[in-house]
Structures are given as C-alpha cells and as structure tokens.
Ligand binder design. Structure first.
Ligand SMILES: [Zn+2]
Length: 604
C-alpha cells in the first residue's frame, strides 16, 4: 500500500532533475510496551516491516539502541570526558550515576519472517545478520522482544527531568538505522543529531492509570483513556494500567512523555492543526506555559504560510526533556531552562520551526547539521521578529556577530564536518547554527527577497517527506532564481573561505567619480553598493558576480557589469561630481558576512 502510493507520487510529481533516480527506504513499526513506573523500565515487542527501496541487496541491517549510551565507558561518555573544550557535562553526570540509573536496552529475541536471526550489540548499535538477504524492492518482517531501563536525564531523554517529568521518552526504542545512496548510517550515539527512515508508527503504551501520556501520533482510544483527551466512555473502569494507543502516519520517529501530574490544554488553529500543550500542573512556570500558547500557535501559522502547510492534524508542545528538542508532531521543552517569556518564545519558535527543517525536509542532520539547525535558527529568528513585532531589519544579526568572533579565533571547521566530529563544541554550534543561519539570509542577499521566499516554498514542494541534500536545496534556489549558485554552496558550506570587500579608492575626474572596489577575502560575492550624496539623495548599484550568469531583480538599483571572483579589483564610474558624495557603502543592509566591515565604507 505504502509502496504503491510512493510510486504514484513519483509518476505525477513535477520534480527537479536531481529526483529522477531518487529512492528512500520505508519502515512500518508496530510496538507495544508495558511500563513499570516504579523502576522506570519497560518490556516491549516490536514488529517492523522494512521495505528495501534501494537498488541494493541487503544481507544485514542495523538498529540504534540510543539508551545504551548512558553508562560509563561508552562512546558518548568518553567523547564527552576527553572533549577538547568545556563540554564534559555529560560524562560528569554519567560517572555519578548508580547502576539503576544507567540506560540499558536488551534484545531478548529477534526474528526475520518468523526465523530467529543472529545479532550482536556494540553499545548503541545492534547489528543483525539477516536469515534471507533482502532484495531490491522486497519487504521483510523483523520482530523483536526487548527490555529497557530508562536512564537518568543526561541528554534529551530519560527519567525524572529537572521539571520532575517522570518520562521524557525520545530515542527510546530500537530504531532501524538509515540506509540511503551513501549506504548505512550506523553511527554510534554521542549525544548529537539523528537521521531516521520514513514510515508509519503504531505504538501502544501500557502505563499506570494515573499517568497522562503525550507524544507523536493520534490517540486512537481517547474515550477509553480520558485524561483530558475526551470524556471517559460510560461504564469504563480503569484497572491498574491504561493502554494508550497512538498512530503516527508518515513520520521518521516517535517520541512520548508521561507524568501523573500533566495538565493539558489545546488551541484549534483555523485550517488545522490542533495544538496541544502538556505541562506540569505543579510547575512554577505554569503561568508562562498558559500565556505562551496563543503566540506558539502564531509561530506555527507563520512557518506554515512561509514554507509549506503543516501536514498533520495535531502538534504538541510538551514540558519534558532538557533544553528544547524537536520530534515527530511534537517538541520537548523544559520549563526550568526557560524562566522568562522571551526565552520560552525563543525556544518554542525554534523547536516548532524544526518541523520543517529537519522533520519534513528530513536531511541527514548528522552530516548536514547546518541545514537542520542553521535553517531553523534563521526562520525562527524571522518568526520571532514578525510575531512579536520586534522590528529588526536583520533578525539573525547575532548569528553574524557570533560567526565573526569564531572566525577570528582561527578555529573554524567547515560546515561539511560531521556533527559528531567537530573538534570544538563551540565550533559545532557556530557552524551548525550561526553559519547555517547566515547561509539563508545571505542567499536572500544574493538572489533577492522574492526569489528567496519562493525558494523556501519550492524546497518544500520538492522535498517534504524526503531526504534532501545540500545540493538539492541549492537546485531549488537555482530553479526559482535562474541563477548559478553552485559556487555559493561550495565556498560557504564546504570551505572556511571568508568574505571581505573594501572600498579601495575614489577619484574625481571632471564631473565624474571613479570608484575602485577590492576583493580581499577569498570568497567572491555579488555586491550591493550605495552612494550617499550630500543632498541626501541615495544611489544604489548592483554588481553581480560573473559566475552567477545573471543577477537578482534590481528594481531600485542600477545594474552594473558583472565582477569575476578571480579579479581582485573592480572599477566603476559614477556620473556625480565627487564633491557631492558624502559616503560610499558596500552592502548597506549588512546582509553579507563580510568579516571586516570597517573597510566597507568610505566617508568623505
Ligand atoms: Zn535546533
């Protein structure tokens, strides 16, 4: 059924050339778990239908067992312990734990199409030797029984968060590793990014009757559950436990949280979705969590309108986890880390924006963390600016200053670095969040605002529910703008080249003025140039870069001949007496990440 649907979409969709040979794997999970709320453990069964849409025959498969990371001596703990900068927190926390607070995932049995198969566990990765190799286009059923001990809250998930939420359950189940055109992505977990396979999830959680469960997926039995989802059906009496059944269609992950003290509100957005809010009734931030709800709905509406319509019927903001983290149809946000309304808005805007970057446009966030964190940071800053009416001319200006500071240390690593492999924690943050955010605002400078707005929508149309790569995004931008943009992706994302242009000199000759600009940095860019006259008049010019083979729309500025990146100098003549000029400025809106802005202007 799923596969047929997929083929139909491929046949009718208007796709970019890069999608011609595109394929992606498919998984359907059915899981039932039985939770012991005293011990924070559960036993579970998982029935996974895996469809191999790749052209390759697979003789083994891999799963992530994320919770196994949370004990002494693991990759996660050691990587944190011996980190080059100040990020030893995870190791310190793990080393303090009692054994009952470690994470533990044990595979009790594993069958392929009813036959027991050989498997081995290496910390966070389970390797399975298939009984029968899985051919291209074939499906197989993998069934397992497992036991899990929920770790203390070390990173993102676990028991008894700082807000005292009993269960913050992300990456809580054996999760099939991604296999794409680059092969398997069986990366050991060191506490950073994820990459999953699209499919349907059917999850039943049997848990103490006093607990409210929130999470991905639509609750299938609200009238049997009650707990604010629906009035309890007449005559239903709960035993010690309630079975909560959720179905999440077309997602690549499933998360849930549970607590005996969750309070539950919702808002219906016109045209959908219903937004749910779950938070601790006894939290000291309960008022903030009430007040922030209407603007949270505005953030979601903004992203829906700006990028592409939110495709599910519900979205839940859940007080759980640590910091903020995005999941399928929901987010976990902690209360204690966001004690002010502004900080709560900021994290909510960010996490909801992640529904688009990386949930719907499901990039490999480990490899391309900037398309995930960077794109999200950019659009969440824009949403904050619009929804909270902040009136900033460059909403992500802080990303620029952070980037400039890091470049000055000389420690920058390229954005292509795998998220797990950055030498410095700050380097990862700067690259993924700041430089990734600038990638978009600066692209807007290169191709113009209208083209940029259309690019976001085109990217959504081309790549929602798939796994785009950096080149796919740039192809969407090229298709919309008609410009060549490969150089932008190469120089900005795959190198540590920097941008630095200067107004080099100015000569008055007769009634005219000759201006010489200089490229000092290695990376070439098109130039917006502004000439301010003493009279107050403003003259705007645009100098495309030759390699773009075109220019952005230039309604209000004068288009000049292009400038090739290879030539360090560029001369232009202005029909104005130099005596009448007060100032010449490169990039007057500061959209270009020019590392030395002092030489961008000449004041006369
Ligand atoms: Zn993020």
């Amino acid at each position: 059924m799923k596969k047929l649907l997929f083929i139909t979409v491929l046949l009718i969709g208007p796709f970019a050339l890069s999608q011609k040979n595109y394929w992606q794997q498919h998984v359907d999970y059915k899981m039932v778990i039985d939770v012991d709320v005293e011990k924070h453990t559960y036993i579970g069964t998982q029935r996974l239908v895996f469809t191999n849409n790749s052209p390759d025959k697979l003789d083994r498969v891999f799963y992530h067992l994320y919770f196994n990371a949370f004990k002494p001596g693991t990759d996660l703990e050691q990587n944190s312990r011996y980190s080059t900068d100040d990020s030893r927190t995870m190791s310190n926390k793990i080393l303090m734990l009692d054994e009952k607070d470690w994470g533990d995932v044990q595979i009790k049995s594993l069958k392929q199409d009813g036959v027991n198969v050989k498997f081995k566990v290496e910390e966070t990765i389970l390797e399975v030797e298939l009984d029968k190799p899985l051919g291209s286009g074939a499906s197989t059923v993998l069934e397992m029984e497992f036991f899990v001990q929920t770790p203390a809250m070390i990173r993102r998930s676990g028991k008894n968060s700082e807000d005292n939420v009993a269960f913050s359950m992300s990456q809580w189940y054996p999760k099939l590793c991604q296999y794409d055109d680059e092969g398997w992505h069986a990366n050991p977990y060191i506490g950073r990014e994820f990459y999953g396979i699209w499919g349907d999830f059917d999850v039943t959680i049997n848990i103490d009757k006093n607990y409210t469960v929130a999470g991905s997926g639509y609750l299938q039995n609200p009238e049997l559950v009650g707990h604010g989802y629906a009035p309890l059906k007449k005559g239903v009496k709960h035993g010690d436990k309630i079975s909560w059944r959720f179905i999440a269609p077309n997602v690549h992950d499933f998360s849930w949280a549970a607590d005996p003290n969750f309070t539950h509100d919702y808002i219906d957005i016109d045209g959908g979705p219903r937004m749910h809010f779950f938070y601790k009734a006894d939290s000291k931030y309960v008022n903030l969590w009430k007040e922030f709800q209407p603007n949270s709905a505005e953030f979601l509406k903004f992203f829906s309108n700006t990028i592409g319509k939110y495709p599910y019927k519900q979205y839940s903001v859940i007080m759980a986890g640590d910091g903020g983290m995005e999941y399928a149809m929901c987010t976990f946000i902690d209360g204690v880390g966001h004690p002010t309304m502004r900080s709560l808005y900021s994290v909510t805007s960010h996490e909801i924006a992640h529904t688009w970057f990386q949930f719907l446009m499901a990039t490999n966030e480990s490899k391309h963390s900037w398309m995930d964190e960077g794109f999200t940071s950019y659009i969440d800053d824009v949403a904050l600016n619009v929804v909270l009416k902040e009136g900033k001319s460059l909403p992500n200006a802080k990303a620029y200053s952070d980037y400039f500071r890091w470049v000055a240390t000389g420690l920058e690593e390229p954005m292509t670095t795998h998220a797990d492999r950055f030498k410095y924690n700050t380097g990862y943050g700067m690259s993924a969040y700041d430089k990734g955010s600038i990638f978009l605002s600066q692209l807007q400078y290169v191709i113009g605002k209208d083209n940029f707005d259309k690019t976001l929508k085109k990217y959504f149309d081309d790549w929602a529910f798939k796994h785009p790569k950096p080149n796919d995004f740039i192809r969407s931008a090229e298709n919309v703008s008609g410009l060549e943009l490969d150089w932008y992706l190469l120089d900005w994302a795959q190198s540590t080249m920097t941008i630095d242009y200067s107004v080099n000199s100015l000569y008055g000759v007769d009634n005219k003025t000759k201006v010489v600009l200089k490229r000092i940095g290695q990376m070439g860019m098109p130039i917006d140039l502004r000439v301010e006259l003493i009279s107050g008049e403003i003259l705007d010019f645009n100098i495309p870069m030759t390699k773009m083979r075109g220019h952005k729309p230039t309604e209000k500025s004068t288009l000049l001949r292009s400038w090739s990146w290879a030539k360090p100098y560029y001369e232009l003549w202005i029909d104005v007496d130099s005596k009448n000029i007060s100032k010449i400025i490169i990039d007057p809106k500061n959209e270009m990440a020019d590392i030395n802005r002092d030489n961008n202007h000449l004041v006369l």
